[in-house]
Design a protein around this ligand. Sequence first.
Ligand SMILES: [Fe+2]
Length: 142
Amino acid sequence: MLLGIKKQSINSSSPTVETMQTILTTFQLLQRDETEPLHDIRLVTILRFWGEVLVGEEYSVYVKRIKRMGLNERNSHFFWPHYKHDTKQASFHTTVDLNTHSDQFTVILQRLLITSEMIDFCAAVTKSVSEVRMGFYDQFKK
Ligand SMILES: [Fe+2]
């Protein structure tokens, strides 16, 4: 058993249609189009929110669960370290230390977002990323 699931079940599982769609949509969001005026903001926004902030939030739930299974900060080699180094620790509008990956991307975005149009664009991209991620989790409500 691994985290309450038989290892064979994990090894023999296949991604669902919803999971494959999430992966495909995420790759489409990440496709680089340098002719797009704000492409750099789009990519940094996606990397920060999809790759760091949401990971930290999701892992905050996972670490509570794996704690009940005997894994902790000392013996967890994957979830705890990622939870620690990805989680957003500072608000977007504050000066942040370079503590986590989320915070490091925040510093980059703070430098890039210099007009209200850019801020609105960043917010729209964040909303798109959030919708894709929620689409992934919606499959478990069925
Ligand atoms: Fe990270």
